[in-house]
Design a protein around this ligand. Structure first.
Ligand SMILES: Cc1cc2nc3c(=O)[nH]c(=O)nc-3n(C[C@H](O)[C@H](O)[C@H](O)COP(=O)(O)OP(=O)(O)OC[C@H]3O[C@@H](n4cnc5c(N)ncnc54)[C@H](O)[C@@H]3O)c2cc1C
Length: 390
């Protein structure tokens, strides 16, 4: 088999890349380990920067997003039992949209298949060869057949646990990493959201987040210990802890409902440099992870492939490899800005095991500054709605 670009992974990065390449007349094959059903049901991110929304709408995959996405013009910071609104749109002229990552994945898969694109599910044993040559080959097993896919380039969009990053020879990449001493217990509950905007709460017992997926579904998170077994969190305990951390002085109430899903995710900052080796280009979580506090992971993955699609289109059209050669540097500038913002939000809102009175007071001072100063709030807002895209 032969294609122009072999894309490993049908998450947001791989699917958006395949879609953008198709619009530029470039052929790709997407190879996905999991089933279509699995990737379409996987609940993860849900906050879209305006740049992400604009891209999806401008490229013809934003119709359902436009109908079902919930446009938000602010977020709430909650601490000391008080609420403080950060008016994102008033401060930046931009907004965010709540729309589940799995819905974006569904829209993109449908668009790719309707356009005659090749997205293969349940592909096993992906291996990359010849990355340092100009004729790389991706081998895999699909439908009981061993296949060799020859291509011009490989896009490694296979997430943090994928195989592409590991195909790069040892010693080529520099890894930058921070593990946080806490995790997030996330739940999806069948109950109408209790607030109109996302609520970020700093409480002495730890961070809590109230978000939403639809008018009937609420997404909630609690800071827990990093190795916390989920069995220790029966539904009643989750609601009790959420009620305690989210409580306000003004009698706001949190509606409860059946918990449909729950899971614990580690909090990590991770970057590899460079994001390229020979004919392999890493994008999204395969190259970097941010702690979820800034709601940036998926947006960053999509921003990467926008840069990559543009660079590939120029290369195919003109033979000029300047943009492709600059791919890693161009992405890393955004990646580190987002890393800084995500780490800053995480530090401001979470309780740390080694906290002392000094640390707690610094954190409180930071929260009060953001809540009370327009300049500080604008800085948060500018990063939260997302920096300009290429
Ligand atoms: C539990 C959880 C909750 C999250 N919550 C948020 C949030 O609230 N906000 C936010 O902004 N971000 C969140 N994120 C991060 C966000 O979901 C990711 O940043 C985003 O999915 C990155 O997209 P991606 O396409 O780079 O990677 P992924 O979405 O991980 O896609 C990679 C794809 O590659 C496939 N794959 C892996 N290995 C192979 C292989 N060997 N062969 C073929 N295919 C392979 C995977 O099955 C997957 O479909 C969350 C992540 C997790 C895990």
């Amino acid at each position: 088999m032969r294609t122009q670009v072999a894309i490993v992974g049908a998450g947001p990065a791989g699917l958006v890349l395949s879609h953008l390449l198709h619009l530029r007349g470039i052929d790709s094959v997407v190879l996905e380990l999991r089933s279509r059903d699995y990737v379409e049901q996987r609940v993860r991110a849900g906050v879209l920067e305006q740049g992400t929304v604009e891209l999806l709408q401008a490229t013809g995959v934003g119709e359902r997003l436009g109908r079902q996405g919930m446009v938000h013009h602010g977020i709430e910071l909650r601490f000391g039992g008080r609420r403080h609104r950060i008016p994102l749109t008033e401060l930046t002229g931009r907004s965010i949209t709540i729309y589940g990552q799995q819905e974006i994945v569904k829209d993109l898969i449908r668009a790719r298949l309707e356009a005659g694109g090749t997205v293969l599910f349940e592909v096993e044993g992906v291996r990359l060869q010849g990355l340092a040559s100009d004729r790389p080959v991706v081998s895999y097993r699909h439908g009981g057949q061993d296949v060799e896919l020859a291509c011009d380039l490989v896009a490694g969009c296979d997430g943090y646990h994928g195989v592409c990053r590991d195909a790069i020879p040892a010693g080529t990449l520099t890894v930058y990493e921070r593990l946080y001493p806490f995790a997030w217990l996330g739940v999806l509950a069948a109950v109408a959201p209790s607030a109109e905007e996302i609520v970020y709460t700093s409480h002495q017992r730890g961070f809590a987040l109230h978000s939403m997926r639809s008018p009937e579904l609420t997404r909630l998170y609690l800071q827990v210990d990093p190795d916390e077994p989920i069995e220790r969190w029966p539904d009643e305990r989750i609601w009790e802890e959420l009620q305690t951390r989210l409580a306000t002085e003004d009698g706001w109430t949190l509606g409860e409902g059946p918990i449909l899903e729950k899971g614990v995710s580690a909090m990590r900052s991770f970057v590899v440099e460079p994001m390229q080796f020979g004919r392999l280009f890493l994008a999204g979580d395969a190259a970097h992870i941010v702690p979820a506090t800034g709601a940036k992971g998926m947006n960053l993955a999509i921003a990467d492939v926008q840069v990559l699609a543009e660079a590939l289109a120029t290369w195919y059209r003109t033979g000029e490899d300047g943009l492709l050669g600059g791919y890693s540097a161009a992405c890393l500038r955004r990646v580190w800005r987002v890393q800084d913002f995500s780490a800053w939000m995480t530090g401001m809102l979470h309780r740390y095991p080694d906290d002392d009175g000094f640390q707690r007071r610094l954190r409180r001072a930071r929260l009060e500054y953001v809540a009370g100063s327009e300049a500080a709030a604008r800085s948060l807002a500018e990063n939260y709605v997302g920096l300009e895209r290429v």
